[in-house]
Structures are given as structure tokens and as C-alpha cells.
Design a protein around this ligand. Structure first.
Ligand SMILES: [Zn+2]
Length: 300
């Protein structure tokens, strides 16, 4: 398989904001380096010692970064179930196959995290290891028949690894001083990873994003076109402004990015798997049918 640009589309926003962040970062790196050299060469022994003081500061920042990320990985390992050929092998196989097809050399470590009902997944890099963490509610959707949606989400997360987003973020860190620039770049990266997810499973791209919007059961009842149109029908200044702080684009924008009317017409989103019916449980029926008995609260 061809590398990167050959089989999926890199978002123009990712490319544009990457270029701006790179220029800003290079200028800031050059500025810092020139200041250190100037202090060391022109200021005599006192200034040299000031310049030397910057080195331990840099080491402290680096150590803090390592400890923060190491703790994060440690917590993932503490509270999650590690997937393998022996643990939920069907999910591990999706990660392993997608990784291979994306040209990721080593299959990332995959973990299942019980996150109290959240529907999400994320990826992480720490030194030479990559991690993909999938929330249990998302995997519940898989075992309820929504395989496409889950494959899309997994491929999206692998997309971040493939595109080296974590390493790039580290290099581009100085440019974060420009307000709203880093989130704008992140939103572009998300669109690229949606494109990667769509490459692996176009149907899952629609279902997966709708699922993130409406939940793993209700999403089947949503009207896709009406939700995408929310971009226009529900527009406001505050919504526009709020998005400037977000690392992810609004979900209807993400849907529009992967939306292909010709493809969508070939499958009904709500018919992706067996429809869910909100049937009341036996206890609930009894509760509805029976008049509440308040007599026990009355004085005898
Ligand atoms: Zn993402």
C-alpha cells in the first residue's frame, strides 16, 4: 500500500495550520537560540552563567513532560483490560489489520477502558510505544452489531499514529503561544483521521460519527440530513466562537467531511444492524399498570 497521500486525503486545514505552526515554531526556536548564544558570547562570565541556567530549566521541563505522560500511560495500564489474540481477539484483529494496512510497523498496545458510559476512544504515544484505548461502551456497540462504526473509530485513532500527530505536536509546541492556532490545527488533524477511518469503512464513518452524536442506541433513529443541516439551521456567533477553543470540529462538520450522498443512498443508516426497540421491562410494565399504593404511609 502506498504511503500517506496515496490512499487517503489529508485535510487542507491540517496542511495549512501545520505550515503556519511550523513557521512560528522555527522563528521562536531561532529566537531562543540566538538569545542564548548572544548571552553566552557577548555578556562576559555573568551572562554565560545566566545562559547556562537555561539548560537545567530545559531538563526540568523535559522531565515533567516524561513524568506526566508516563503517569498517564501507567493509569491506563492500571485501570484497563489489555487486548490480545487471547483477549477480545476480534477487536485486536481489527487494530492489527488496520495497523498493517496503514504501514504502522508494530501493532499498538490496545486497551479496553470502562469509562462510565462515555462513548469514545483515544490514542497516545509514549517514547517508542503507541497505545489505543477504546471505551467499553463503544465495544458494546460492536457486540450489538455495529461493527462498521467501531472499525471506523479504531481506524481514526490509528490515523493519529500514522500521521505522527503526537511527535509533531511536541515539535510545534512553541507555536501554542498564538491563541486559537493549536486547536485549529488539531481540528484539521481530526478531519484527516476521519478520512482515514472512511477509507477503511465508509459506512462506519457515517454510523460512527452519528453514534458519537446521538449515543449507541438513539443514533439509529436520527435523521442524517437534518443533523448535517444543523450546520446551517443552528448557526450562531457563539457556536462559531465556542468551536475556536475545541480540539475537535463540530460533529455535523465531521459528518459533512465524510458525507457522500451516492454512498449513503446504498445503505440506510438506521438499518445498519438489528433495530433497537425501547420495550419496557416487566417491572416497568407492572409499575405503569398498577396504581401506587400509598396506604402504607398513612397513620394506622
Ligand atoms: Zn481523533
Amino acid at each position: 500500500m502506498n504511503d500517506s497521500l496515496g490512499f487517503y486525503e489529508v485535510s487542507t486545514k491540517e496542511k495549512a495550520y501545520f505550515a503556519v505552526r511550523l513557521i512560528v515554531s522555527v522563528v521562536l526556536y531561532a529566537l531562543i537560540a540566538t538569545t542564548i548564544v548572544a548571552m553566552a558570547t557577548e555578556g562576559g562570565s555573568t551572562e554565560i552563567s545566566k545562559a547556562a541556567f537555561l539548560i537545567p530549566m530545559l531538563v526540568v521541563f523535559l522531565l515533567l513532560y516524561i513524568v506526566r505522560n508516563g503517569l498517564f500511560v501507567g493509569l491506563i495500564k492500571s485501570f484497563s483490560v489489555k487486548l490480545s489474540e487471547k483477549q477480545l481477539p476480534e477487536i485486536y484483529k481489527i487494530v492489527s489489520d488496520c495497523s498493517y494496512r496503514l504501514g504502522i510497523k508494530r501493532t499498538p498496545h490496545v486497551y479496553l477502558l470502562q469509562a462510565g458510559g462515555s462513548l469514545n476512544a483515544f490514542s497516545k504515544k509514549f517514547f517508542n510505544s503507541n497505545y489505543v484505548v477504546i471505551y467499553s461502551d463503544l465495544l458494546e456497540a460492536y457486540y450489538q452489531g455495529d461493527k462498521d462504526a467501531v472499525e471506523f473509530v479504531i481506524a481514526h485513532e490509528l490515523g493519529h499514529i500514522k500521521r505522527n500527530h503526537f511527535l509533531k505536536e511536541l515539535i510545534l509546541a512553541p507555536s501554542a503561544i498564538i491563541p486559537f492556532l493549536a486547536p485549529a490545527y488539531h481540528r484539521g488533524c481530526e478531519l484527516t483521521c476521519d478520512n482515514i477511518g472512511k477509507f477503511f469503512n465508509p459506512k462506519g464513518a457515517i454510523n460512527g460519527l452519528l453514534m458519537l452524536a446521538g449515543g449507541k442506541l438513539i443514533y439509529r433513529e436520527l435523521n442524517l440530513e437534518a443533523y448535517i443541516n444543523q450546520e446551517k439551521t443552528d448557526a450562531s456567533f457563539w457556536r462559531w466562537f465556542a468551536e475556536k477553543f475545541l480540539s475537535h470540529p463540530n460533529l455535523y462538520k465531521r459528518l459533512l467531511n465524510v458525507y457522500d450522498p451516492t454512498m449513503v443512498s446504498k445503505f440506510k443508516v438506521s438499518a445498519s444492524s438489528k433495530p433497537y426497540k425501547f420495550e419496557p421491562t416487566v417491572e416497568r410494565e407492572q409499575e405503569i399498570d398498577t396504581e401506587p399504593d400509598y396506604s402504607r404511609y398513612m397513620p394506622k
